[in-house]
Structure formats: C-alpha cells, structure tokens
Design a protein around this ligand. Structure first.
Ligand code: TYD
Length: 393
C-alpha cells in the first residue's frame, strides 16, 4: 500500500490543548499533512500524533455541550431500542455519557480513555473502562460481561490509528446477530463543503464509505445500512453486521452511496489535488476578509472555540491581531487560550454590544446559533464563515 501526500496544512498544535497562558513555553507542534492511500482510498493524516498527547485526563470536549447533540443522542437511543431491542450495549468513546446513559435499563458499558470523562460516567453508575479500545481490552470485557448486541461508536473510530485491530476487536465483542454502528464525519461532505477543518490531530482519518468497505473487506464484518446526518457538518452513520448474519438484508442505499462517491471521484488522486488547490484559495480569501474588516477598525470575535477552528486559525495564521477573543459554552475552555493561535476564550454570556463580527468556529451549529443570536443579527452584527467558501453572512 502506498500513501501519497496531497495537502500540507503547516504546523499545528494539539487541538485539545487549551492553554492557561497566552505565552506558553514548549508548545507541541506537528506537521499536518494529508495523504491518500492508493489501495484502500483511505484519506488520513500523513503522520499520527501519539494518542496519549491527545486523549488524557485534561480532555476538554463534552459531547453534551450542545442542545442539538443532546437531543440527537436521546432520539438515537430511542430508535435503537425500538429497532433492535438490544439486551446489552457497549460504547467506544463514551465521552460524558450523553448517549450511553439512555441505556441504564440494560447492560451498558463504556470505554473512554480520557479519565476525567470516564470518571463522570462511573459516577453515573455506568461501568466504564478508562482504556484505549484494543483487541486485548475486547477480550477482557467479553470475559467479564459477555458479548454485545450493539456496539456504538460516534466520532471515535476515526481517531484510532490501528484500524485492522479496531475492527477485529469489534467483531470479537459482537454477538452473532449483533450490530456495530459507527458515526464519523463524511469525507464526501468535507470535500463538497471544502471543510478542510475536519482534518486535525485527532482525526487520523476522515472516512468515505468506499474506504470503510475496502478496509473491512478482509474482516468478518460488512456494511448493511447507511444514514446521512447533519452532525459535525455532515456525517455518516454506518451499520455493520457479521457476514454470517442473514437476519439483516443489505440496504440498497449502500450501493447508492458507493456509486455517488464514485461519481464524485472519491477513488481518484486527482480529486484530492483539486481539493488541495481550492483549500489554498480558501485560505487567501479568508485572510482578505479579516484584513478588510480590521482596516475598518471593526471588532471581531470567535464563536465556538472548536477543534475544527484550530485547523483554520493555525493554517491561515489568524491570531489576536484579528480575533479579540472567542466565546464558548464549554466550562473547561473558558479562561483558556486557543492552541497555537493563543486567542483568549471567554465563557459565553451572549455577544457584547461592541462586537461587529463573529467568526463561526462552530459553523456546524449555525442554525442553533442563529436562533440564539437574533439580537446580535438585528442590530447589524455579522457572522464570518469559511464554509463552503469564505464570506460574511
Ligand atoms: P464541536 O461541534 O464538538 O466541534 P469540534 O469537534 O470541532 O470541537 O464543538 C462545538 C463547540 O462550540 C463547543 O465547545 C461548544 C461551542 N458552542 C458554543 O459556544 N455555543 C453554541 O451555541 C454552540 C452550539 C456551541
């Protein structure tokens, strides 16, 4: 298998490393380069960041920070119960329990390597393993709790570097008629929206259905259904079953997704060369927007100090000279500084009256934010976004 680079996004910090000072010493940086695998068509970071540098006791992201996500997970839990009636469920990457807590009436087990998060679900009386998902851990969990009817994992499998082992461990922990549900950002949507900010240290991969099928070809698992989601700017929920399980038919939408991706050229290196060219254009145009606003001496803040925005800020070299501060609802981020770009983050208390523009770090929650910020919009406040192309909204 051969990996070919197609985009260099420059030097980047650990996105989760929100800083306690604006002048940090020895901040860790790595080269963020994207590559294409000639055989599997898998799109990945060229070099991975050691997992312990990212997933540790200081992990900031709380899946329940947004109302949209809280509701989405509650609805999904209801749907899974109705459709599959599981007696047991395992979640890989259980974060703060936003999903798994809805299964307290059956056996529900969490796996979460960030101890600060695992402690939260343990307190909620959910048995949580504060470990990385490996084949060894799957064996240990099987021994103690048996195999599972449902394994669920949202925004986590794309973070795990060793994919062969990951899928082998999932297969090992599933009952014969069990299903595995994976949710991760969609490569097709990222390409269509030019949202290059899906690429950062944690996202070792951004999956296409094509690549997922290729990498699981030799395993005992196969895709039998796909749902498209709006989360994280466009995600896929992919349902896997064991190849030996004939209980579930393979939905026609699997073929449809594969053919849509083929039409787009997901399998071709040329597609990524064009993407890279457009990403560089997007950078130039975003910088121009910031420069022209600053020339007019207007005040810009950031809205949502997301991981995604870290890629944009560091790639486009947008710092305190452009953005005075970020507002964010996540308590662990407030009072800190954005990694690499060192912009202060304030606890969200509405947008102050002296703000003219707000850069949408959390562009994936645009609808939720627009509903909340009617006052800002009414008084002439404007949002800036870079998706699908840089502009003032
Ligand atoms: P998230 O969507 O998880 O993006 P990423 O994975 O790129 O970090 O993060 C959303 C962030 O935006 C989170 O820190 C909460 C914040 N946020 C607000 O501050 N206000 C809002 O209204 C919303 C919806 C999110």
């Amino acid at each position: 298998m051969k990996k070919i680079n197609f985009l260099n996004l420059g030097k980047h910090p650990i996105t989760n490393n929100f800083l306690s000072t604006a002048n940090p010493k020895n901040e860790f940086f790595y080269n963020l380069k994207l590559s294409y695998h000639t055989e599997t068509k898998l799109i990945s970071l060229n070099n991975f960041v050691p997992p312990k540098k990212m997933f540790n006791n200081r992990y900031a992201h709380r899946a329940s920070a947004s109302m949209t996500m809280r509701k989405a997970y509650a609805d999904l839990a209801k749907k899974i119960k109705k459709k599959f009636n599981p007696r047991s469920i395992l979640e890989i990457g259980s974060n703060d329990g936003v999903f798994i807590k809805h299964f307290s009436d059956i056996q529900n087990i969490g796996v979460e390597p960030c101890k600060n998060l695992a402690d939260l679900t343990t307190k909620m009386k959910i048995k949580t393993y504060d470990k990385f998902w490996t084949f060894l851990l799957s064996k240990k969990i099987n021994k103690k709790h048996g195999k599972f009817d449902v394994i669920y994992s949202a925004n986590t499998i794309s973070h795990i570097h060793k994919l062969d082992e990951t899928f082998k461990a999932i297969e090992n922990s599933l009952n014969e008629e069990g299903i595995f549900i994976l949710e991760d950002p969609s490569l097709l949507k990222s390409l269509q929206k030019l949202s290059y900010d899906q690429f950062y240290d944690e996202h070792a991969y951004v999956f296409s259905i094509t690549a997922l099928r290729n990498i699981t070809k030799k395993s005992g698992l196969e895709i039998f259904n796909i749902e498209e989601l709006n989360t994280h700017g466009g995600s896929n929920r992919v349902y896997f079953k064991k190849k030996t399980n004939k209980k579930f038919k393979i939905s026609n939408n699997v073929k449809r997704h594969l053919s849509t991706e083929k039409k787009y050229g997901i399998h071709k290196f040329r597609t990524y060369q064009i993407f890279a060219k457009n990403v560089n254009k997007s950078k130039e145009s975003l910088i121009k927007i910031f420069q022209s606003i600053k020339k007019k001496k207007k005040k810009i803040i950031g809205y949502g100090a997301t991981y995604k925005s870290s890629t944009v800020l560091n790639f486009c070299k947008i710092n305190k000279n452009y953005i005075n501060y970020f507002v964010d609802t996540t308590p662990t981020k407030s009072g800190k500084f954005t990694p690499g770009s060192h912009i202060p983050i304030k606890a969200y208390k509405g947008i102050s009256d002296d703000v003219d523009y707000a850069f949408l770090g959390a562009w994936n929650f645009k609808d939720e934010i627009y509903k909340k910020e009617k006052k800002f919009i009414k008084r002439g406040g404007k949002f800036i976004t870079h998706v699908p192309y840089p502009r003032i909204l």
